[in-house]
Design a protein around this ligand. Structure first.
Ligand code: GLY
Length: 341
């Protein structure tokens, strides 16, 4: 299934194509330049909706859906080496602002993932899906088990570092429940996501937004300041990860959109993808970073020594460095970014 199709299925399902009768307003992606003094760049689908969750602005709709451009550079050193780390990605999200909560979010996610492709879904076999819940979230575990029918052995509990989501800065936050797809024994050991996140790939994160967090470091070292004015839902499904699974490719760098840049870099250098691990990593880094550079430039960022400009400069420098490592000393940035979409 092409990336464009994954995206349109997502939007149709949430706009008015689900059996729960929960219609959502389709909201176009915001610019990557975040309207938030704590953030350089939009790093999650919920960022444009932050004031709604905090009760600072009354939302013009109770339910929304979007496919949001995102840049995350925290894991930049992992890019190209793992199957799933990208600095640019599109996050498909559905949002409830004081409307449906855990039961609605879980039922919607399950329906879209497991509905057959012929009926507008993504067609995942139910028995290959695992879920995680936050340590003491018995309510979510019960919904998964009793309402959806997931056997208890495929429901795992994880602590704050894994199953409590925030933007990484002060703002709304809450316990989350993640859905994983078992790619099979050739990808790692048995035992669910707690045992191996390469074999069990995270596809969807359902965040039960209910608290506000303060400043702090890391994923679990910050104060909880209190409760949000209303219990809300924020979910995130990485379009690129979904594309890797539905296109049957090994990693997110080989999906339809990113592969165009990877193939361009291969053609420009004459280095064949798949010939050795070192040049494969370089080609994947180039594909990822050239795409991120194109998206940043598209939203008005220019290379510089600080802030967003430095993020872009670093992306471009790493692209060019990796092209040099595999033999090209030509000015290639233009050609690579033209291949990005
Ligand atoms: N906001 C949910 C996520 O980024 O996973």
């Amino acid at each position: 299934m092409e990336s464009a199709e994954i995206r349109s299925r997502w939007l149709c399902f949430f706009e008015n194509g689900n059996s729960q009768g929960l219609t959502h307003t389709v909201v176009p992606s915001a610019s990557l330049i975040a309207d938030d003094p704590n953030l350089l760049l939009v790093n999650a689908g919920m960022v444009p909706f932050k004031p709604f969750f905090l009760g600072e602005i009354t939302p013009p709709y109770k339910r929304a859906t979007s496919v949001q451009k995102c840049v995350r550079t925290l894991d930049i050193d992992e890019v190209g080496k793992t199957t799933r780390h990208a600095s640019f990605f599109q996050m498909c999200g559905n949002f409830s602002f004081g409307d449906y909560f855990k039961e609605g979010a879980i039922a919607l996610a399950w329906e879209l993932l497991t509905n057959p492709v012929s009926k507008g879904g993504y067609g995942f076999p139910e028995e290959k899906l695992w879920v995680t819940v936050y340590l003491d979230d018995d309510e979510a575990a019960d919904i998964w088990h009793k309402k959806i029918g997931i056997p208890l052995e495929r429901i795992q509990r994880r602590d704050m570092a894994d199953n409590f989501w925030s933007m990484g800065v002060p703002g709304p936050c809450g316990p989350c429940s993640e859905i994983y797809y078992d790619r099979g024994p050739q990808y790692g050991v048995e035992g669910g996501p707690i045992a191996d996140e390469n074999r069990y790939m995270e596809v969807w994160n359902l965040v039960f937004m209910q608290n506000e967090r303060g400043a702090g470091t890391g994923k679990d070292d910050f104060p909880i300041l209190g409760e949000l004015p209303a219990k809300s839902i924020d979910t995130g499904l990485g379009l690129e990860r979904m594309a890797a699974l539905l296109q049957g490719v090994e990693n997110i760098y080989e999906i339809d959109t990113t592969a165009q840049i990877l193939n361009k870099a291969s053609a420009l250098t004459g280095v064949k993808y798949g010939s050795d691990e070192k040049s494969d990593i370089a080609l994947r880094v180039i594909a990822d970073h050239a795409r991120t550079s194109a998206m940043l430039i598209g939203d008005g960022v220019t290379p510089g020594n600080e802030g967003r400009g430095y993020v872009l400069r670093r992306m471009m420098r790493r692209t060019i460095r990796n092209m040099r490592l595999i033999g090209s000393h030509d000015p290639i940035m233009g050609e690579l970014t033209l291949a990005a979409n």
